[in-house]
Unconditional design. Structure first.
Length: 393
């Protein structure tokens, strides 16, 4: 099956022409293509600056967190020594020095923790939101503080209960440690809920009941080019999956790039899809219009296999009720994140005796079923069948 939005790099590693280029029936004018190219270059430039800045912030956050952990361990060591000196050796001056050192180390650890949290938050969001997000991170800092106090209490309690044999006072200290640990868990849960609520609020659109809200509005330049191509305003945006691949012995081997968690990330292209003149059309501002005859469409295959895509492209958040059945999740690694999709589909069609496939994520199935009039196979398709080239009928 030949990937429609695939690029064959078997013989030419620098090949950038999709297989589906043979189905292009209309291209934007030279002037429109130049405008889109300028707009794309500007977006890429901004993204490079942002990710460079975010990457520095993320590395700084990790370094500060390691420093916080190091001084936290030193503080625990100082507390352990202070307990021994205070209760076992009964050297008041040395014990005061040890307790003072423990307090200083604790303060330094918390300071590095606060700085690490702020650096992480600044890397995640724009500069004008960093202060707001630093406030949202406070519960996590409180959780770390109470957790550190709980560890100190455990060290002291251990000495009192088992070394000094003062069981009643030891039980009181164990109770204090349990309360401090409970406080750490409480603030940790609050921090997690605050982060989840913030992510959902950032993704939540203002008017969720609008019918066309799932489509992000195109830029002024993109709207101008789509109008020039004659794309109807009723055309809805759909995501399709693309990838480079190598072919050997009739087998297709997709090549993605490494994503979060060492998974393979495939390309995701957004098109305006519609039916015109008995053709299934995919329109975009840079390539033009791809047209596939409806009469050549055969089936929608289902592949029960998880796949990673670069990002979420819809106007509604992926936590929206509409997308819950599709097992969607953002996988985060540092400041970068990828979309994990529970499974995907392949629209199969036959053109001039050759079998083709249009890969698309599962959340686009309703759109493809509406456009094509086909229903997806309930049974999962064998991947070997999809990645075998040269099929004919």
């Amino acid at each position: 099956m030949k990937p429609f939005f695939g690029t064959d790099v078997t013989d030419d590693k620098k090949n950038e022409t999709m297989n589906g280029a043979a189905f292009i029936v209309q291209k934007p004018s030279a002037a429109s293509a130049w405008k889109i190219e300028q707009e794309t270059d500007e977006i890429i430039s901004r993204m490079k600056v942002y990710y460079k800045h975010a990457g520095k912030r993320a590395r700084k956050s990790v370094a500060l967190l390691l420093c916080a952990a190091f001084f936290g361990l030193l503080a625990l060591f100082a507390v352990n020594v202070a307990v021994d000196v205070t209760f076992a050796l009964k050297k008041v001056s040395v014990s005061l020095l040890c307790w003072g050192a423990a307090a200083v180390m604790t303060g330094i650890a918390l300071l590095f923790g606060i700085l690490s949290r702020r650096a992480e938050r600044t890397a995640e969001l724009e500069d004008d939101k960093s202060e707001h997000c630093a406030r949202k991170g406070d519960p996590l800092l409180r959780a770390a503080f109470f957790g550190l106090l709980a560890l100190f209490a455990v060290v002291v309690t251990d000495a009192i209960t088992f070394d000094l044999k003062k069981v009643p006072f030891g039980l009181l200290c164990w109770g204090a440690a349990a309360v401090l640990f409970g406080g750490a868990v409480f603030f940790g849960v609050r921090s997690y809920k605050a982060d989840c609520a913030a992510e959902q609020a950032d993704d939540e659109p203002e008017n969720e009941d609008r019918e066309d809200e799932d489509d992000l509005p195109p830029s002024a330049t993109a709207s101008e080019v789509l109008a020039e191509l004659g794309v109807p305003k009723t055309a809805r945006s759909v995501d399709v999956i693309g990838f480079d691949y190598r072919e050997k012995n009739g087998r297709i081997s997709p090549r993605g790039r490494e994503g979060v968690g060492f998974g393979t990330v495939y390309d995701c292209y957004t098109f305006r899809a519609y039916v015109k003149d008995k053709n299934l059309c995919f329109a975009c501002t840079d390539e033009g219009i791809f047209a596939v005859p409806l009469s050549e469409l055969k089936a929608i295959r289902t592949v029960r296999k998880k796949i990673l895509l670069p990002d979420w492209t819809k106007g509604k958040p992926l936590t929206h009720e509409q997308y819950k059945p599709y097992m969607l999740k953002m996988i985060r690694g540092g400041v970068f994140e990828n979309l994990r999709v529970g499974w995907y589909h392949v629209l199969e069609f036959v053109h001039k005796g050759e079998t083709w496939g249009i890969w698309f994520p599962n959340y686009e199935l309703p759109a493809f079923e509406r456009l094509t009039g086909l229903k997806a196979d309930e049974q999962s398709t064998d991947c070997k069948e999809l990645f075998t080239s040269g099929q004919t009928v």
